[in-house]
Ligand binder design. Structure first.
Ligand code: C2G
Length: 143
């Protein structure tokens, strides 16, 4: 059984997330997703819209995902690879060459898959904010 591991925040789940999970699972038989906790995100200066528990439940509902574990810090990856007997760590290629992943090549295969263009959690947030401004949502409610 070939075991795959990936990391992420997966906030405001979108098709870029689904595509990386689908392609990661296609590389093996079992996919573990290490999901950034709210506390870990705070250290990255990020605040997810959905809580860890909500993001975990959404990921667990995806057919490609077999197990969701917490990502509490940057340093846990080698232990994760050992604990879950990982053969391949997969990330979007925005992480290619990053010192956060390249060193893992001593412990397992590391693959970077093409990031899906045209969508990101930040883009969704910005577009919604812009839309609210255009629609004047904060105007007097329509009767
Ligand atoms: N992704 C993608 N295409 C997009 C957006 C994201 O392929 N349009 C991929 C990212 O490359 C990443 C995964 O989806 O592999 C999750 O993305 P994020 O939730 O943004 O995760 P990130 O903030 O990159 O956190 O320890 C590493 C971090 O936890 C990764």
């Amino acid at each position: 059984m070939k075991r795959i591991l990936t990391y992420g925040t997966f906030d405001l789940l979108h098709y870029g997330h689904i595509r990386i999970l689908k392609r990661a699972k296609e590389l093996g038989d079992y996919l573990v997703v290490a999901l950034s906790t709210d506390e870990f995100n705070a250290t990255k200066g990020k605040k997810a819209y959905h809580s860890y528990e909500t993001r975990k439940k959404m990921l667990e509902a995806i057919r490609y995902v077999d197990l969701v574990i917490p990502e509490n810090n940057w340093e846990q990856k080698i232990q994760d690879i050992k604990d879950y007997k990982i053969d391949v760590v997969v990330m979007g290629d925005d992480w290619a060459g990053s010192d956060k992943f390249d060193y893992l090549k001593e412990y397992c295969e590391v693959k970077f898959l093409e990031r899906t263009p045209g969508v990101s959690t930040t883009m969704i947030k910005n577009d919604l904010q812009l839309q609210e401004t255009v629609d004047g949502v904060d105007q007097v409610p329509r009767t």
